[in-house]
Unconditional design. Structure first.
Length: 490
């Protein structure tokens, strides 16, 4: 008999298939148990489970956890506290951008059966299109997931789950909540909770999406079901949902301090060799730059540059100067950023003279970086000159995409500076560069943006009679619907 409490007693392994593949994971026991052993997972995959009831065999090896493992444990603790609370049903994690990869990794670990949370995570990414039928769409998706995993679950000893079907007149939200409840109840031996991650790949109406989620929170959701939402900290979308129902929707900010984690990992992996020391200083540079600490960034850059220079690593010098330029740019120091990109270009040129095959691309990137710095400072006339130089250099080394980008941005800068003739000339150079690309590369390029730029010039200046010709040429290169793929970027 499995222990289904969270006390940590009676822990043993049991067959718990991941949907789609019959695998072993841990039984439903304490949320505070030690790390899962991949050794046992491999045994089960080879057909050696279920496992013996040996607590000595199952005792976890106490290893010092690294920075990422500790952050995964933090997420596990956050989830467990939420899942044990009998009141809320939806958890909204407001995730800082640098923490998103670890949060996504946490969800995947639980979904694949490699994590330590005794709940099964199921992710739905179906687009939110029709608020009246979205729950039915998700219910059908759950049926498909189960159909794909049916044989493995049956082999693991679970009888077939029967879809409960939609009741006459039942709302879509109520139907989906009921589907989830019956699914969890049927598979209760392998999960304390069914954790449903709602992550639609597209949302047609954000207000309607929040209303739908509010209805879900207020539905009669089973004790065995919880929902998880990920909201970007940089542009949160679900504040109104949390304000409307704070009792049922818990909101937490997730900032895992990933720069510190990366620095710790670099330090832990560092040896006395130059490569390891370079990585430590480079990580310190990027972390300091991200925090706006230009003094610390400059010191770390100098230490990294000293190692790269001593060992003749020209490309690594370029990387350091570029990272330093990004730090300056983030702090609004345009002149310093420009100088750093110019230093990067000089280092790339020397690397090219020494035979580094990456040098030509690095040279072009330094031109493009300098141009971007000037644009960020509103210095469009200077930026146009730099971007024209970038386009010429890119063409000389046969880099078609960077040639297109150089001419496109040169045209944009001329447009912003009020030089219509130069904008028109550079815009057509961008079209020429795009035409030289193969069809697949052209379709994924910024060529539509160049076309939109030419149309803007035609609207504002003396080229109005040329607009139809521009549209015709872009249609021939990209297809008749090219304008729908071209928002108005810089």
């Amino acid at each position: 008999m499995w222990c289904t409490c969270r006390c940590g007693k009676g822990a043993r392994r049991a067959v718990r298939p991941t949907f789609g593949v019959a695998r072993a994971a841990r039984p439903v026991h304490s949320r505070r148990a030690g790390p899962a052993a991949l050794y046992w997972l491999r045994l089960a995959a080879a057909g050696c489970g279920p496992f013996p009831v040996s607590t000595a065999r199952m005792a976890p090896v106490q290893l010092r956890k690294n920075a990422i493992e500790r952050r995964l444990e933090e997420l596990e603790e956050r989830w467990n506290v939420f899942a044990e609370d009998p009141t809320p049903r939806l958890l909204r994690w407001v995730v800082e951008a640098q923490s998103l990869a670890v949060v996504e990794g946490f969800v995947e670990l639980q979904r694949d059966g490699d994590g330590d949370v005794p709940d099964y995570f199921l992710r739905f990414d179906e687009p939110f299109v029709d608020p009246r039928h979205h729950g039915f769409v998700l219910a059908a998706a759950l049926e498909r997931v189960y159909d794909e995993a049916r044989s493995g679950l049956v082999e693991a000893g679970f009888g077939p789950w029967t879809s409960p079907g939609v009741l006459l007149g039942e709302a879509d939200v109520a139907a989906f909540a009921r589907y989830c409840a019956t699914f969890q109840a049927h598979h209760a031996p392998m999960m304390l909770r069914l954790a449903v991650v709602l992550a639609p790949e597209a949302v047609s109406d954000m207000l309607a999406w929040q209303r739908w989620l509010l209805a879900l929170a207020r539905a009669a959701v089973s004790e065995g079901v919880r929902f998880l939402l990920l909201d970007p900290a940089e542009a949160p979308q679900l504040d109104a949902l949390c304000s409307a129902e704070p009792r049922l929707v818990r909101s937490e900010v997730v900032d895992l301090d990933m720069p510190a984690a990366i620095q710790e990992l670099a330090n832990a992996a560092a040896g006395d060799d130059p490569g390891s020391q370079f990585r430590v200083h480079f990580v310190a540079l990027t972390n300091a730059g991200g925090k706006g600490d230009l003094s610390a960034a400059g010191e770390a850059a100098q230490r990294a540059l000293a190692i790269a220079t001593q060992h003749g690593w020209g490309a690594m010098q370029v990387v350091v100067y570029s990272a330093l330029a990004a730090a300056y740019l983030g702090a609004g120091h345009v002149d310093s950023a420009v100088a750093a990109y110019q230093a990067a270009r000089q280092a790339a040129t020397v690397a090219g003279q020494q035979g580094d095959p990456s040098a030509p691309t690095l040279v072009v990137q330094s031109w493009l970086g300098e141009g971007a710095a000037l644009v960020s400072g509103g210095r469009f006339a200077e930026g146009a000159t730099v971007y024209e130089a970038a386009a010429a250099v890119a063409a000389s080394v046969g880099n078609g995409l960077m040639t297109l980008e150089g001419w496109r941005m040169a045209a944009y800068c001329h447009e912003q500076a009020g030089d219509a003739d130069a904008a028109w000339r550079c815009g057509h150079q961008a079209l020429d560069a795009g035409e030289a690309l193969d069809e697949a590369t052209r379709a994924a390029s910024t060529l539509p943006f160049a076309g939109q730029g030419l149309l803007r010039v035609a609207q504002r200046w003396a080229y109005a009679g040329e607009a139809d010709a521009v549209r015709a040429r872009l249609g021939a290169l990209l297809g008749p619907n090219w304008e729908s793929h071209a928002p108005q970027p810089a």
